[in-house]
Design a protein around this ligand. Structure first.
Ligand SMILES: NC(=O)c1ccc[n+]([C@@H]2O[C@H](COP(=O)([O-])OP(=O)(O)OC[C@H]3O[C@@H](n4cnc5c(N)ncnc54)[C@H](O)[C@@H]3O)[C@@H](O)[C@H]2O)c1
Ligand SMILES: [Zn+2]
Length: 232
């Protein structure tokens, strides 16, 4: 951008999945000490999660998201029709964060998503369906509401990290061969079990989470063989 003579009056349009959104957002945040970014997410993961909330960053081999900055987008533009070409594995990965939103904020939404997985994942138009649009809108509302009440993650916003403490470790140890959403699914299943065992979640919570993730075709346990010590 410098070589091309872009100045302080430029803006960045982040057209792509979460990786593009995080990287383009980071560039916008730091170029000339900050120019506007418009997020145009094209993966389900980016639509319901990565493009919302102003977190930008890049992954390194020493850990995820360790280099980054808060930079809120000037606008987020979502068109679910582009999901027509998104590979099914990537759609499933986006479902992981949708399940997370239900678990942390809205039980009715969680149950609704869990009962409509077949429709959402149908290879004949599930991802571009009206049902998916409604789910995307609800997930954005949940995340935007949490972020607007705690932009800098002093408290409430930490709930959005459900599944990510273990998930990020699993993602790193897998050498990023697991998708972010797959690692988070494993993280949610295991953190759900932890939550029950230390008495902060009702019995049956972990099973309900695990069942819905499995119904979405997502992994819920460490792949074997896996270095447990490395994850710890
Ligand atoms: N900043 C945040 O708050 C936040 C939140 C969640 C996830 N993330 C980050 O987002 C990243 C994951 O995002 P992702 O799942 O979108 O991965 P991604 O950006 O790698 O996209 C997944 C794949 O789908 C392709 N793709 C995207 N849109 C497509 C379309 N419409 N049709 C066909 N192919 C398409 C991409 O080229 C890529 O190969 C992770 O690095 C994660 O840490 C950030
Ligand atoms: Zn995530």
């Amino acid at each position: 951008m410098l070589a091309k003579g872009y100045g302080r009056d430029s803006a960045v349009i982040a057209l792509g999945g979460g990786v593009v959104g995080d990287l383009a957002g980071f560039v916008a945040a730091t170029f000339m000490r900050g120019i506007p970014v418009v997020q145009v997410p094209t993966s389900l993961m980016a639509m319901v999660d990565a493009s919302i909330g102003g977190k930008t960053g890049v992954d390194t081999y020493l850990g995820k998201n360790l280099v980054g900055v808060f930079h809120f987008p000037a606008a987020v533009i979502v068109d679910p029709q582009v999901l027509a070409t998104l590979p099914l594995r990537q759609v499933r990965a986006g479902i992981a964060e949708i399940v997370k939103h239900g678990v942390i904020a809205d039980e009715a939404y969680f149950l609704e998503v869990a009962s409509s997985l077949r429709e959402l994942l149908d290879y004949k138009g599930g991802p571009t369906s009206d049902r998916m649009l409604a789910v995307i809108v609800k997930s954005i509302e949940i995340k935007a509401d949490i972020v607007s009440r705690d932009e800098r993650e002093d408290g409430l916003r930490k709930t959005l990290n459900f599944g990510h403490t273990i998930g990020h470790a699993v993602e790193l140890v897998s050498g990023y061969s697991l998708l972010h959403g797959e690692a988070v699914a494993i993280g949610m299943a295991l953190e759900g079990r932890l939550a029950e065992s230390i008495g902060v979640a009702q019995t049956g919570t972990a099973e309900a989470i695990t069942k819905s993730l499995q119904a979405a075709g997502l992994p819920t346990d460490l792949p074997q063989p896996f270095e447990r010590d490395a994850v710890l």
